[in-house]
Ligand binder design. Structure first.
Ligand code: SIN
Length: 474
């Protein structure tokens, strides 16, 4: 297993201390990886700048074939990669395997897109000249990726960036560098030329980022993580007027109307809430249940939560792993305590699990006040606050009363109502009678402070392109 920095196709030791990697199921150290310094970030951008030129000059079909090999190679190593994810992130092995299929699919999708980056040709309205528009790559892209999907949040950025002809420097999350480094190694095995993908973990993200952003060759930043950090990175990007793509925080409402199929709504709610141990930015964060079904929905959701088996992701039958660290447990617990202090009742759960590791009880909170702090913060844990509603307009106002606008879900038997409410939700993605929506073929991203730009679909590849217009006459 590689535990060094991948820069320009060679594996190098970092400078100074190494980064300890913990198993969140036990909080024990399982590995150490090299720690990238600001100088390493600069070296990685240097290497990317050199490699990018010849990568961009390759025929799109040739790039596409390398990307397709990346898809196949990740699939061929799915079991091994899934085990790494479960070791360092903690999610159940079955979810980790699902993550690898999802992660690999970004390469297959973008292999298909690499040969379809379209421009246009038109005649100027005056008739004086032609207007040719085409889309060259941006150049070197710096990527900062999160720990909740140690593989997929890397491939969702890398695959379209490479398809468009860019080279990348990745700072994987310090919590989950093992998967990232192995993905980097496998991409090289699949034929990605040296220097096109560089992987530099660090325990000093601020200094690392400053160095990478100040490098003249860096032309874009792509980030997935919290809105608070995204704002800091955007400020730094502004200093160099860098293109940026930001996938930031969420606060998804999950709405259940009284005509909904309750079994389907509960199943969808469990997916939307509990997927990948409830640590997703698309996770349902607030459940608005129409008054006629609010009690029944809460009861059935609590019964479904009672079936969740919490534990080490390698153990049979476990469906919810640990949270990433002790800080996450404290933050989840303080939101739960705040809601209960404000009049909510715990239909199930409501506390951390005693013992080693970072576990929280699957929790359903009934009769939550719509203004409780838990409805305004991203929980990032297995807690479902249910808010009964009677007035649809007021509920939509409450659902939209947040700076976040990433995902929303709604269940109703009336598809017309479903579509008209979907249109009124200020959210980049809506699951209508569906609890899952992530798909490499769909544009993932948020409105408002949930982000800028889209990942996936054909939109995703154009994020990593410039637009050039040529005026000419013939
Ligand atoms: C995320 O949590 O950032 C991504 C979730 C997804 O891709 O489904």
């Amino acid at each position: 297993m590689k535990n060094q920095l991948l820069i320009g196709g060679t594996w190098r030791d970092g400078s100074g201390d190494r980064i300890p990697v913990l198993d969140p199921s036990s909080s024990e150290e399982i590995a150490q990886v090299a720690n990238g310094s600001p100088a390493d970030a600069v070296a990685a951008v240097d290497a990317a700048a050199v490699a990018q030129k010849s990568w961009a000059a390759m025929a799109p079909r040739a790039r596409s074939e390398v990307l397709r090999n990346c898809w196949q190679t990740l699939i061929d190593h799915a079991d091994e990669l899934a085990e790494l994810i479960t070791r360092e992130h903690g999610k159940p092995l079955v979810d980790a395997k699902g993550e690898i299929t999802y992660a690999a699919e970004f390469f297959r999708w973008n292999a298909e897109e690499a040969v379809r980056i379209h421009g246009s040709l038109s005649t100027a309205p005056s008739g004086a000249n032609k207007i040719i528009v085409h889309h060259p790559p941006v150049g070197v892209v710096v990527m900062v990726t999160p720990w909740n999907f140690p593989a997929a949040m890397i491939t969702r950025k890398v695959a379209p960036a490479l398809a468009a002809g860019n080279a990348v420097v990745i700072k994987p999350a310090a919590e989950t560098p093992l998967t990232a480094l192995r993905v980097g190694e496998l991409l090289e095995e699949a034929g990605v030329p040296a220097g096109v993908v560089n992987m530099v973990p660090t325990s000093d993200p601020g200094a690392w980022f400053d160095a990478a952003v100040d490098h003249r060759a860096t032309r874009m930043v792509s980030f997935t993580g919290s809105t608070a950090v995204g704002k800091m990175l955007l400020r730094r990007c502004a200093d160099r007027v860098l293109k940026s793509c930001m996938e930031l925080g969420g606060n998804a409402p999950f709405i259940v109307f009284d005509d909904a199929d309750l079994d389907a709504a509960v199943e969808g709610a469990m997916t939307a809430k509990m997927r990948h141990s409830a640590e997703t930015c698309t996770a349902a964060n607030r459940f608005y249940a129409e008054a006629g079904i609010a009690d029944a929905f809460t009861e059935r959701l609590a019964a479904a939560m009672a079936e969740v088996k919490v534990g080490n992701g390698f153990d049979d039958g476990v469906t919810c792993g640990p949270m990433i660290n002790a800080k996450a447990i404290d933050s989840i617990d303080s939101l739960v305590k705040g809601a209960v202090g404000g009049g909510a009742t715990a239909a199930i759960g409501g506390a951390p699990v005693d013992g080693p590791g970072f576990f929280y009880q699957p929790t359903v909170l009934a009769n939550v006040d719509p203004n409780s702090p838990i409805t305004g913060e991203e929980i990032f844990g297995p807690v479902a606050p249910v808010i009964p509603f009677t007035d649809t307009d007021l509920m939509i106002e409450q659902a939209n009363d947040t700076e976040m606008g990433l995902a929303a879900y709604l269940y109703t038997a009336d598809i017309g109502r479903g579509l008209s409410v979907s249109e009124r939700l200020e959210s980049g993605m809506v699951g209508l009678n569906r609890g899952a929506m992530s798909d490499p073929a769909a544009p993932f991203g948020g409105m408002k402070q949930s982000g800028l730009g889209r990942e996936g679909a054909s939109e995703g590849i154009y994020e990593f392109c410039e637009t050039q217009y040529i005026a000419t006459t013939w």
